[in-house]
Design a protein around this ligand. Structure first.
Ligand code: GDP
Ligand code: IMO
Ligand code: MG
Length: 455
């Protein structure tokens, strides 16, 4: 590359500082990413999903209207913005069509403003069957010593793991672009279905044989239906970068569910941390200078896996009921507990968070004393402030808490941070101190306007 071009590229990088933003969950999901993406969309031009699939459920509330999206970026409510489903997403195309129709049915424009990567992988019906069958088998697995061990993860059964497994396996995978070539799809599915049939039978699935030709026709029809949305989103995003259009990257799932950096094996199958952005979109990480880490004012988790601050008691129940902590995708009750700042600080580090959004602070109103976990005690009695992204070892720690006084006032009508009760402000300040980055946004209710932006 010639010298002038190199200079030019550097200038671009300086110019786009803080133009582009990433929104990422710092806990185990459902932190309120949808609300913040919806809010920040106003200041961006392009909103991009880079990971996960229909396991995500992102909620936006505008006035008395509540929307939940699973595959489509949460920026879709703004008709003049472009929403992109990047190559790192696994797309259940039938669900995508249903989501498009449901939004259109409510007057939301979904047309040229939705672009889907031709390289995003397809979640096929047999992936969902495989996901559910494997979970069933693993939930009653018997080890060599005849002792039953439950190895299930509590997945959303949306076929996420099997679809990503096919992606890595390669020859048995199908990408969105391939839905546009019916003949090749049919030939490929005949081979794949023969293999899948045997695998499903081995997992005890008694269902009717997979019909490759029917599946191919159905998916070719889906391809025709979605053809107008499917494109090379890598070049598309780089064209937008050249035009100085502002990009908002929308993380699905959350850092502690990241396949490499989460509480393995109780994680999902993608890089949900910001580290997944370059691979999942084709946009180098050097473009992203603002990373907003989304955290609840407490902790929740859906599915199995270690959760050191979990409260299986009246406090956990209270948080669940006040916070309506039931899954957006599966309706499952979420496990609830105190805020774990060892975990949040770790996620903020891995994701390179430059600021925090503290969500659902209103849910804590009326609790006399609030606990924040700042360290873990290990089985040998030693103390650490480092997170342990390993399920077995994390399951053995005891949380060490700092106790803070609560506040009794309802805060859902507060309009700026200075109007919050003194103890609520202290709670936020303690988070900033321990995590070491500012709380830029405080959320006191699900509605778009119930957001305190001033710091
Ligand atoms: P996401 O997956 O991170 O987008 O989060 P979900 O949409 O799955 O779950 C967050 C839930 O909390 C949704 O029902 C939101 O409407 C709701 N919510 C978001 N922020 C607040 C808040 O500040 N207060 C309350 N009470 N609810 C909130
Ligand atoms: P959003 O984007 C909460 C969890 C599942 C399960 C594990 C693996 O709404 O925050 P999977 O179906 O991905 O194989 O399940 O990951 N999980 C989530 N939990 N919010 C999510 O997404 C999640 N996506 C996956 O409950 O424990
Ligand atoms: Mg969710």
């Amino acid at each position: 590359m010639r010298r002038a071009q190199i200079k030019n590229r550097r200038a671009t990088n300086n110019r786009d500082e803080a133009l582009h933003t990433a929104v990422v969950g710092l806990q185990w999901g459902d932190e309120g990413k949808g609300k913040i993406v919806d809010l920040l969309t106003a200041d961006h031009d392009v909103i991009v999903r880079y990971n996960g699939g229909a396991n995500a459920g992102h909620t936006m509330v505008v006035g008395d209207q509540r929307y939940a999206v699973h595959l489509i970026p949460a920026g879709i409510l703004y008709p003049d913005k472009v929403c992109v489903i990047g190559n790192g997403v696994v797309v259940d195309p039938q669900k995508l069509i249903e989501e498009i129709e449901a939004l259109r049915g409510r007057g939301v424009e979904v047309g040229d403003n939705l672009r889907v990567s031709d390289r995003a992988h397809v979640v096929m019906p047999y992936h969902k069957e495989h996901d559910a069958a494997l979970e069933n088998v693993l939930s009653k697995a018997v080890s060599g010593s005849e002792k039953s061990v439950d190895l299930s993860i509590g997945t959303t059964r949306r076929g996420i793991g099997p679809a990503y497994a096919d992606k890595v396996q390669r020859s048995t995978a199908i990408r969105m672009g391939e839905l546009l070539d019916g003949e090749r799809l049919r030939a490929k599915l005949r081979v794949i279905c023969a293999i899948r049939q045997r695998e499903l039978e081995a997992l005890g699935v008694q269902a009717a044989p997979l019909n490759a030709d029917a599946l191919a026709s159905q998916h070719a029809a889906i391809g025709r239906r979605l053809a107008g949305h499917i494109t090379d989103t890598v070049y598309l995003l780089h064209d937008y970068l050249e035009q100085d259009r502002r990009i908002l990257f929308e993380g699905a799932n959350a850092c502690l569910l990241d396949i490499d950096h989460g509480t393995y094996p109780y994680v999902t199958s993608s890089n949900c941390s910001t580290l997944g952005i370059p691979a999942g979109t084709g946009v180098p990480g050097t473009h992203i200078h603002r990373v907003l880490g989304i955290m609840k004012a407490y902790s929740t988790r859906v599915g199995a896996g270690p959760f050191p601050t979990e409260q299986v008691n009246a406090i956990g129940d209270r948080i669940r009921e006040r916070g309506h902590e039931y899954g957006t995708t599966t309706g499952r009750p979420r496990r609830c507990g105190w805020l774990d700042l060892v975990a949040v600080r770790y996620s903020a580090m891995v994701c390179g968070a430059t600021g925090l959004a503290c969500m659902l602070l209103d849910v804590l109103s009326g609790i006399d004393e609030l606990k924040i976990c700042t360290q873990y005690r290990l089985p040998d009695g030693s103390v650490t402030d480092r997170f342990i992204p390993d399920a077995v070892r994390l399951g053995e720690v005891q949380p060490i808490y700092t106790t803070l006084p609560g506040w009794s006032e309802e805060i859902d009508e507060a309009t700026d941070r200075t109007a919050l009760p003194a103890n609520a402000r202290r709670y936020l300040e303690r988070i900033e101190q321990i995590v070491g980055i500012p709380v830029e946004i405080v959320s006191v209710g699900p509605e778009r306007t119930q957001t305190l932006l001033e710091v």
